[in-house]
Ligand binder design. Structure first.
Ligand code: SF4
Length: 751
């Protein structure tokens, strides 16, 4: 470009059209986004964008973008100013808050928020005084999160997109990546090409993905569990299971085996429609080609038995021992670009950021992070009960408007609904939703585009459309489906009169009277909160899943270093290496200064259990390190296996010969705490110096304990309160994450 027209600047950003997280290299001239290339150096992109990714520039500039705030008056859309919009919406909300209570408004957030906006959105409806908020994850992969987290700990993809080409076989079920995640599909095809990896596709429909399959398994919709059990029948029948892996690491496989025994080839064929001969072939292929990856998408999740499906997929991986290794694992392709991040950051009706539950301990934890008085925050809610009770999921918000519900305080119905980056067309029962919309006092849609939510009802008044900027008009972090946080740079300023989500949240919080508290430690200039301060704030609170080590500075540097524009260097390396990944996949424990590199593959099973390797079998894993004896484990709330839990712990210690190191007091402490799960706090406050029993997930509470028993049925570290005066103190106390080598040890339990 000539000096007169301005040089072209290259800005690295991240595609917004699916969860793969491909890099977009934007060409910007005089502040205008004039061209686009794929990040050819990216280990995700493989030098390409798919058709969706190639269209992001046009999409961001779309003619149908909302250009200014608009209000429906007597059935006609009327242009209004931002001041008028915020004032009118705010006044109505304040009236609703006063007369009907905070639960009479619903805050429907979005997987299109970046992490900082998602976090602020959750904080926003907490400060408003309600848990009535949710986002798209509820209707796509919530069954995955429940199924996978309850099987082995984290409700997320275990490996990375670019690890798939290390797989020796691919087992794809309930997904169509050739259309939905096309660049991820390239990694699958690469595995096929370079490893001769057999590609098995199970789907009731013959899809474009199935067209690439070596083995296409057509089965009856909804019979996934039967299909998996049918495959496992052949695995067990022929002794193809990984016995050593199961013996060391998997608890409960005997019960599964007993169940699978009922799924004979004849029975499986009767239920699923798949002949036994084909299932035997599939089982043999998987057994002969390990590690294989298991990939699923919403064909597996959007069922009333979606949890069972996703757990069955996990069990297949455990039986054949392919979890916790490169090329293996369960790779769950999510939908929107930040559906993982928005879930992690708590845009849900039943959790706070970091999967902290809604118990008082969680609220206290976040009150400390937010630097607000817990009692003040509690006062924002209709009552403590409402504060600690789940809100209503998005799939049922309209019931709330149509009928008086117990979730609504002061016996009133839902009166205001805010669709913030949620189009509504992904939901079922649209006629009910339409009816509910028409009953509301106020409907607010915040979006770059007029969505279906804006037009599907026949309201005459009280509907507002607020133009939001796209994700290319701001910056912040985004978490791809593979848990990797990347920094997405702003490409151009918000178009027309649109504003970024965080600016709109600030304006509304100011009008509603809680901006000073909500943005206490976040710098705000010209009504725009500083995104980097938001990242730093959630870094201080997200101990549970390791969102603590990804500071904005680190993410920016990481992106810049990994995405070099230096073609020569990259070519000398022969392109992106297998181990390359963008950003910092969680968990990245500790503080940014500690430099934890992130975790591309969850659940490292490379070491035997006795050496601290992952143990799915144990309620507790135990690890020795010098004089330190560390034990860690988990059991899910409500699972059967919590019975016998202290016995198991001691058995585990004995088995490893480490029980001898325990003093009588320590033994008693383990037995006492493990035996009394209702009163952890009291037990721990007994001043135990060498043994700490963790009821939460954060690795920092026990910096000085000699023995750590770590349990996370509910990640509310209530017992930690006496120890946990200031996070910063603990961090200062803490040697390094690497020194301690803490593992979270998930387990398997029966459905
Ligand atoms: Fe964008 Fe997904 Fe296509 Fe990559 S695969 S270019 S992230 S839509």
């Amino acid at each position: 470009a000539s000096a007169a027209t301005g040089d072209i600047k290259l800005v690295k950003s991240v595609c917004t059209h699916c969860s793969v997280g491909c890099t977009v290299i934007a060409e910007v001239q005089n502040g205008v986004w004039v061209g686009q290339e794929p990040g050819w150096d990216s280990p995700f992109n493989l030098g390409a964008h798919c058709a969706k990714g190639a269209s992001v520039r046009e999409h961001a500039h779309g003619e149908r973008r909302l250009k200014h705030p608009t209000k429906m008056v007597d059935g006609k859309w009327t242009k209004i100013s931002w001041d008028q919009a915020i004032n009118e919406i705010g006044d109505k909300l304040l009236e609703i808050y006063e007369t009907s209570g905070p639960d009479s408004a619903y805050w429907l957030g979005s997987a299109k928020h970046n992490n900082e906006q998602a976090y602020l959105f959750r904080k926003f409806y907490a400060f408003w005084g309600s848990n009535n908020g949710d986002h798209q994850a509820r209707i796509c992969h919530s069954t995955t999160v429940a199924g996978v987290a309850n099987t082995w700990g984290y409700g997320a993809m275990t490996n990375s997109y670019n690890d798939i080409h290390n797989s020796r076989a691919i087992f794809q079920i309930g997904g169509n990546p050739a259309e939905a995640h096309p660049v991820a599909m390239q990694h699958m095809l690469k595995a096929k090409e370079q490893n001769n990896a057999p590609f098995i596709v199970c789907d009731p429909r013959f899809t474009r993905t199935a067209a690439h399959a070596d083995e296409y398994v057509r089965f009856r919709p909804g019979t996934d569990v039967g299909l998996i059990w049918g495959i496992l029948w052949h695995v067990f029948e022929n002794g193809w299971e990984d016995k050593e892996f199961i013996r060391q690491r998997v608890w409960g496989m005997d019960q599964i085996k007993a169940e699978v025994a009922k799924w004979t080839p004849e029975e499986t064929e009767r239920v699923t429609g798949v002949p036994g001969s084909q299932l035997k072939r599939v089982a043999r292929t998987l057994a002969n080609n390990r590690p294989f990856t298991i990939i699923w998408c919403m064909g597996g999740t959007q069922h009333t038995n979606g949890n069972n499906n996703t757990r069955a997929y996990c069990v297949l991986g455990l039986a054949l021992g392919v979890v916790g290794t490169q090329g293996g694992g369960t790779n769950i392709f999510r939908g929107h670009d930040n559906v993982q991040g928005a879930t992690d950051l708590g845009v849900l009706c039943h959790t706070l950021p970091g999967y902290y539950g809604l118990k008082a301990g969680s609220w206290k934890h976040w009150s400390r992070v937010w630097d607000v008085d817990y009692e003040w925050l509690k006062g924002r809610f209709a009552s403590k009960d409402f504060m600690e009770k789940s809100g209503v999921p998005v799939s049922r918000w309209f019931d709330l408007a149509l009928e008086a519900k117990e979730n609504i305080d002061q016996n009133d119905n839902l009166r205001a609904m805010v669709f913030w980056g949620h189009a509504a067309n992904s939901q079922t029962r649209l006629p009910d939703m339409k009816k509910a919309m028409e009953k509301l006092d106020m409907l607010v849609i915040v979006d770059p585009y007029p969505t279906m939510a804006a037009v599907m009802n026949d309201r005459k008044d009280g509907t507002y459309l607020l133009p939001a900027a796209t994700q290319f008009e701001t910056h912040g972090s985004v978490t791809a489906s593979n848990r990797s946080l990347q920094w997405r740079d702003k490409i151009f300023d918000p178009l027309f009169e649109s504003k970024t989500d965080h600016e709109i949240m600030y304006l509304l919080a100011k009008k509603l009277g809680f901006a000073d508290e909500m943005f206490k430690n976040i710098k705000v200039e010209n009504d725009i909160p500083l995104i980097e301060d938001v990242t730093r704030e959630f870094n201080r609170g997200m101990w549970t899943i390791g969102y603590t080590g990804q500071s904005p500075e680190r993410l920016k540097t990481h992106m810049a270093n990994q995405h070099t524009f230096d073609k020569t260097t990259l070519q000398a390396r022969g392109g992106p290496a297998d181990g390359d990944y963008y950003g910092l996949p969680w968990p990245s424990w500790g503080t940014a200064e500690m430099g934890h590199p992130g975790t591309p593959v969850l659940y490292d099973t490379s070491k035997p259990v006795a050496e601290g390797g992952l143990c799915f079998r144990a309620r507790f894993g135990v690890e020795r390190e010098g004089d330190n004896l560390l034990a860690e484990g988990s059991y899910p709330v409500g699972s059967e296996i919590k019975d016998g839990y202290p016995e198991f712990t001691m058995a585990m210690l004995k088995k490893l010969g480490w029980d001898k190191d325990l003093t009588a007091d320590e033994k008693a402490a383990i037995e006492k705490v493990a035996g009394d799960k209702t009163n952890w706090k009291t037990d721990l406050s007994g001043g135990i110096q060498r043994v700490a029993i963790k009821h939460g997930c954060a690795p920092f509470g026990n910096a000085k304990a000699r023995t750590v028993v770590w349990n996370f049925p509910d990640p509310v570290p209530t017992h930690r309160e006496p120890l946990y005066t200031s996070r910063r103190d603990l961090v200062a106390d803490y040697p390094t994450y690497e020194d301690r080598k803490m593992y979270r040890l998930p387990i398997l339990f029966k459905s």
